[in-house]
Design a protein around this ligand. Structure first.
Ligand SMILES: *Cc1c(COP(=O)(O)O)cnc(C)c1O
Length: 383
């Protein structure tokens, strides 16, 4: 069957992953090598050195490109390795527009690393398209979208922001980590490049750090391929193998995680100790309709504000036993965290308050445990 005719789940298992020619291994081998013997001097078979390329990485890059509907996939040692490589396609004096609640590591890279290098940036609430249009500048080269955002799960209109970026002569990148290509395909909505932290849902088992970029823009793909090797933030063959393994179950995992998250969000919304539940699958969420159009499901991240402020939130985290208190997300195990103390601690107090990250805010990553067990755990912890 041609790749184009295959559905998502089939592509996740087969694209780039034909049984190997010599032994018929149905899994892509882990090519644990740093270099390659050259049949003739200066004439390597595919690559001369494993920073430039590796068959395990190549398989992963092909299947990721297919799942995102792009022509070129590139993998990196972390999500931030992918971010750094993408930012280095820009030049000093260029301007980047990011959303006000962009991933903290992305913000830190722009504010405390690339600033010395002459890259300018502004933050904006990208749900407000009018303001977003007004802060685009002549030198804006990249508009950085994340949707849904973290921790407020704001849903950004990707098609509208991509259009706005293009009218300004800029490219649009979408960090698709929270949604995954199973739920949302930004390239089809007009984005130029998609970024992933493979650490989260793509790997799916909380056992690796990795990043990826996918694009159909040939000029950008060529520059990124060059930079992947020139900068060298490349993933290990073993980590590529783990992501290949994780991707095979991406569809079933996400379907189940969305279903469990929806059920739990609905129950939390009715719980007297819960002040507010933030989840794109609830009709109370301001991005509910847009999420319905732009995504195939609501995702499996839930944010909630509990009564009792900091002490109330701490007590709940202490009492949870199935949910682990940990940063990160997207694995088979459910996690709970306190953004103000944990993931967003590096955001200055005033900025955190302006964003609305209160002391009673908790963020849940819903995994694959039985829904009834997760609910029992939450109900006991909420008291
Ligand atoms: C985790 C994360 C990143 C960074 O990825 P690493 O693999 O941790 O470097 C970027 N964006 C989002 C949305 C993330 O959740």
């Amino acid at each position: 069957m041609s790749e184009d005719a295959m559905r998502f789940e089939t592509r996740a298992i087969h694209v780039g992953q034909d049984p190997d020619a010599e032994f018929g291994s149905v899994n892509v081998p882990i090519y644990q090598t740093s270099t390659y013997a050259q049949p003739a001097v200066g004439k390597p078979k595919a690559w001369d050195y494993a920073r430039a390329g590796n068959p395990t990485r190549e398989a992963l890059q092909q299947v990721l490109a297919s799942l995102e509907g792009g022509s070129k996939g590139l993998c990196f040692s972390s999500g931030l390795g992918a971010t750094t490589t993408l930012l280095l396609t820009l030049k000093p004096g260029d301007h980047v527009l990011i959303s006000d609640d962009v991933y903290g590591g992305t913000y830190r890279l722009l504010a405390r690393v690339m600033d010395r290098w002459g890259l300018e940036f502004d933050t904006v609430d990208m749900t407000d398209l009018v303001t977003c249009r007004s802060v685009v500048r002549e030198n804006t080269a990249l508009v950085w979208v994340e949707s849904p955002t973290n921790p407020f799960l704001k849903v950004i209109d990707i098609a509208a922001v991509a259009d706005l970026a293009h009218k300004a002569g800029a490219r649009c990148v979408v960090d698709n980590t929270f949604a995954t290509p199973y739920l949302q395909r930004p390239l089809e909505l007009g984005a130029d490049v998609v970024l992933h932290s493979m650490t989260k849902y793509l790997g799916g088992h909380s056992d690796l750090i990795g990043g990826a970029l996918v694009t159909s823009d040939d000029e950008l793909a060529e520059r990124l391929s060059f930079l992947q090797n020139a900068i060298g933030a490349v993933p290990s063959p073993f980590d590529c193998y783990l992501v290949l393994r994780g991707l095979k179950t991406l569809g079933v995992r996400i379907r189940q995680q969305c279903a469990t998250a929806t059920a739990i969000a609905e129950r939390l919304e009715r719980h007297p100790r819960v002040e507010q539940v933030i989840f794109p699958g609830l009709s109370s969420h301001p991005g509910h309709d847009l999420a319905g159009r732009q995504m195939r499901g609501p995702g499996a991240m839930i944010s909630l504000v509990v009564r009792g402020g900091l002490e109330g939130a701490r007590a709940i985290l202490r009492r949870l036993s199935i949910f682990s208190c940990a940063e990160s997300l997207g694995g088979v195990e459910s996690l709970a965290e306190h953004p103000a103390i944990m993931t967003h601690a590096s955001v200055p107090d005033a900025a955190r308050r302006a964003l609305g990250i209160s002391d009673g805010l908790l963020r849940l990553s819903i995994g694959l445990e039985a829904e009834a067990d997760l609910w029992a755990d939450l109900e006991r912890a909420l008291g």
